[in-house]
Write a protein that binds this ligand. Sequence first.
Ligand code: ASP
Length: 680
Amino acid sequence: MNGPSKMPKIIPTNDAKLVNQQPAISTPTNGNPSGRSEAPWKRKQLEHVNADGSLDLSKLSMRRNSSYGRIPSETQEAKVLVIYTGGTIGMMRNEKHALEPRPNEFVRKIRKYPNMHDDVYASKRFGETKNMAPLVLPYVEGQHRRILYQITEYEPLLDSSNMGVSDWVRIATNIQQSYEFFDGFVILHGTDTMAYTASALSFMFENLGKTVIITGSQIPIFETRTDGKDNFTSALILAGNYIIPEVCIFFNSRLFRGNRTIKISCESLDAFNSPNTAPLAKMGINVEIDFRLIFRSCTMEKFMVHTKLAENVGLLRLFPSISIGTVKAFLQPPMTGIVLQTYGAGNFPTSRADLIDILREATARGVLIVNCTQCNEGSVCELYETGRLLQDIGIIPGYDMTPEAALAKLAYVLSKEGWDHEMRMLMMKSNLRGELSRERNPEMQEYDLIDAVARTLQLTSTKELHQLKSTLFPAMVNSAVIAGDVSKLSNLKGYGADLSVENYDRRTALHVACCEGNFDVVQYLLQHGVAVHVRDRYDHTPLMDAILHDHHQIIGLLVKCGAHLTGSIRAIGESLCNAAAKNLPNRLESYRIAGADLSQEDTCGRTALHMAAMHGNMAALRYLVKKEVEIDAVDYLGLTPLDYAIKLNTTPVIDFLLQKNARRGEEIDGDTKSPDSFES
Ligand code: ASP
């Protein structure tokens, strides 16, 4: 299936098919990301707003992930985008008592539920616009961020049995368009095909760095007895507070890796399980996340969405005495990929030479056939001759993949244009998104390192050893980071240390490495899956640490891996003004590499150039002019940088800016000398 060839320059709220009952979190009503009205004397055109009032994402640069609302919040907040696709969770009863989806009702009703929306906080935060503003999850004890969530409702609302590839592409595209505006994503979905959607999205999302959780319920959220409220609330809490860079399914108190999940019941509230992998998190009285299990993409690339999936793939389940005609018909062109569901540990009837010949012919034609077990639990292996035979005729072992995951993976692998047949075979056997386990977990090798300490302390139980590891490893990882010792880091990893672990200030080794400035260490950590988007207690990302230490090469590397500036754009404007006031061109350059717009204003409409001019800071001034900032920017008092220089009588600045203005006049008259000439 072909996805859209070109991304539209709009965020999901402008998708004609979306029904929006709230304004986009990042798009206040007047198109001004600051959420305030423009000063009347401002001459400047908002260059990121299209003529029709929609946002042009390509021009937003730093104006993303902006804060919004009437006042800046003192509380730490997280923004979650909720995509409501349909399913039982949002259904309501009609006059005949049957369940049906009701368009445009969900948000309106949720807003009235005090345990789903905190109206007092919303009033303080958004004032009279609160009914148009995002929903606010009431305070959750023990969680550090307040969750603000925006629900985007699909039209039509779907029973998940009616969903297919085009719906997955739509969800994936909407998440891609909103990716930098939100901290996490929740998809409300029917349970029937949830495991298929989760598997497909897990492959379509390449280099995912944020949490995506799919959830739904067995009983609608608006019924008195419901599992929907817990499922939805827990998904919001997890998506807003934790970086679990996977497509997950949350159901009945457990968070699963999506592509490991199967629907096991259409009656029980415990409708899902992931038989071959433990849950990533459990929500009991406390939130327990097993960070060691989280699959982390170890590439140095930005988040991307693969919107093209091969359609001619299918599931073929063996049964005793299956006819040759059935198998033959199934394998006919245009079929390009098949998940063959065999018995037990991957066994096939060796007595059926007729079937084996047909399968051999198909693999010889280039059809990818993956062998998966019909059992819910366990893996395809070479234990029996009946299983080995399939490998001999070119059938790929699917190990412990669920049929849903194997099917989605085939659709993905077969649509990757740069991959030849050999590569596709290899990829089907490889672990791309945590969907299969081949080797034994290397975890147990670690004990020789901490053995000595354990023996000295006479610790013997597994629990004690785990406690010892979680105490020792973070300190050892940090000391290796500070020493800039990549080989020590690699040894520690080999011994089972979790490089992604957060300390009590929620800082990771990557935060420390970005302060220290050792490029190789930062690169190693990124290559080993340490998340770029983690925000510490002070709301600092690793990118912000690298900026505040002016490690330009590292900033570039982080940006390449998808890191972006967060927080209010006015706060970035203030930081730029501060840097200019302190005459720090290097800091300005740090912000620029990180994606900041050097003409960004502070809360008084002043730019870094105003501050450089006001303080007579020639180094900052030269740098900014060289970077072609707006030289005539007007602040809320109606003053340009030159006006400030004249008022404060900073002669070199006046001379420089007048010379620059004169030169610009000449350029307009046909002289096209480069602005660099001012440097001399
Ligand atoms: N038939 C519904 C669906 O999958 C069931 C559910 O939501 O649980 O959309």
